[in-house]
Each structure stands twice: as structure tokens, then as C-alpha cells.
Design a protein around this ligand. Structure first.
Ligand SMILES: CC(C)(COP(=O)(O)OP(=O)(O)OC[C@H]1O[C@@H](n2cnc3c(N)ncnc32)[C@H](O)[C@@H]1OP(=O)(O)O)[C@@H](O)C(=O)NCCC(=O)NCCS
Length: 199
């Protein structure tokens, strides 16, 4: 099992995924600010957001990466590297059982272009190949149809509902729990165009 995940960017056909940097605070905050209306219904941290929160998130993200707990990636276009498109993250739930979890969000003026699906597919590769995870889970608030569609497209299996799992503002939200096994991921890879291995 990999102890240290390297910090070099991972690429896809259209995207670059790289660790956050301290100087990303402005672009991160800007992306969150233009997306608040779409983030707030589902994500508790988006209730209020400012530069201080962006700076703190990046600091914690760098610590988590160094300590091997969690890996947050900033999603960017290769030809517009200054623009923060969103985050995709993977973290350990149980190292003993090789179980991880992923999460993502995409800025509102870039949704419906396949970014979340493409970025998450790449991070699944990081989880299964670089971190040697056996199972990756994904929790989605009930009613978040966009995120459910991504889970389906990536081959996740819906396991059940976690009742009142997360409090967002005054509301407790049920979450559906989804998972993908390494064997299932390898089977879906075999169906994709001839073994393309992104960087
Ligand atoms: C949900 C979210 C991640 C989707 O990102 P995205 O980059 O637009 O997703 P994609 O373009 O890869 O779309 C994947 C599929 O979902 C569908 N989809 C995306 N947003 C949708 C929405 N709001 N309602 C219904 N379907 C949606 C797309 O049409 C596509 O399906 P298709 O290929 O069958 O047409 C983004 O809207 C977001 O960040 N929302 C707020 C935060 C959030 O919900 N994060 C996830 C928490 S689990």
C-alpha cells in the first residue's frame, strides 16, 4: 500500500487535477462564491464562505495530504490554470479494511460539461491503483439527482439510505450510500476504449 501519494498533477483528456497550493485561496474562494446557491443545499461548509475559510481549508488539506489521511485535488483546465473549477477529494475511511471515500463539487458556471464525471473517474484510479483501496464509497444527499447520476455513470452500487446523516443549516438530510469495489472498477475499465491510461 502506498504510504505517500505523490503531489504531481494527474491529467485527463480535458482536465488537470493537482493538490491545492497556499496561493489558491483567492481562486478557491471565487469559485465557491459563484456557486453558493448550488452548494448550500447539500454541503454544510458552504453556509458562509470567505477568504479565511479558503485559507484554512487549504492549510488543513496540505496537512492531511502530508499525514496520508486525505487528498484534495483542485480541478483546472490545462489552458486556464488560474481558474478553479471545483474540488475532487479522496480520503481513508479504514486503512485496515482498505476502504476510502470520495467527494466533489463543481463551480456553477461549469456544470453539465462532464467535469465531475471525468475528474472523479481519474480519482478512482488514484484510489484503486495508487492507494490500493479495495472499496470506495460515496454518500449523496437524497434528492441530489445530479450527483446520483454521476454515481450511476461511474458504476457505483447504491447500498442503502443513512437516515439524517448530515445537518445542513436547520435540516437533517438523509444520504444514500453508494460504493464501488476494485473488481467492479476493473470490469468497467475493460469496457472502455482500449486501455487508455491517463497521466
Ligand atoms: C452535482 C455536481 C457535482 C455535478 O457536476 P457536473 O460537472 O455538472 O456533472 P457532469 O457534467 O459530470 O454530469 C454527470 C451527469 O449528471 C447529470 N447532471 C448534472 N447535474 C445535474 C442536475 N443538477 N440535475 C440532474 N442531472 C444532472 C448530467 O446531465 C450528466 O448526466 P448525462 O451524462 O446522463 O447527461 C455539481 O452540480 C455540483 O457540484 N453540485 C453542488 C455540490 C454537490 O452536490 N456535490 C456533490 C455532493 S455528493
Amino acid at each position: 500500500m502506498a504510504r505517500h501519494l505523490h503531489t504531481r498533477p494527474r491529467t485527463t483528456e480535458n482536465l488537470v487535477l493537482r493538490p491545492l497550493r497556499r496561493r489558491d485561496a483567492n481562486s478557491l474562494e471565487e469559485a465557491v462564491q459563484v456557486s453558493l446557491a448550488d452548494l448550500q443545499p447539500w454541503l454544510p461548509w458552504a453556509a458562509e464562505y470567505d477568504q479565511h475559510m479558503a485559507t484554512r481549508f487549504i492549510r488543513e488539506s496540505l496537512n492531511a495530504w502530508t499525514e496520508g489521511r486525505a487528498y484534495d485535488f483542485s480541478i483546472r483546465y490545462p489552458d486556464r490554470p488560474e481558474r478553479h473549477l471545483g474540488n475532487v477529494s479522496i480520503w481513508w475511511v479504514s486503512k485496515q479494511n482498505a476502504v476510502g471515500e470520495i467527494g466533489y463539487w463543481i463551480r456553477s458556471d461549469e456544470t453539465r460539461r462532464g467535469i465531475a464525471t471525468e475528474a472523479t473517474m481519474r480519482i478512482l484510479q488514484v484510489g484503486f491503483e495508487e492507494l490500493a483501496m479495495h472499496k470506495i464509497q460515496l454518500r449523496i444527499a437524497v434528492g441530489n439527482t445530479g450527483s446520483e447520476r454521476i454515481a450511476e455513470k461511474l458504476g457505483f452500487v447504491r447500498e442503502g439510505v443513512l437516515r439524517e446523516e448530515v445537518k445542513v443549516g436547520p435540516r437533517w438530510l438523509d444520504h444514500s450510500s453508494w460504493s464501488l469495489l476494485e473488481s467492479e472498477w476493473r470490469a468497467t475499465l475493460a469496457d472502455r476504449p482500449a486501455g487508455r491510461t491517463p497521466g
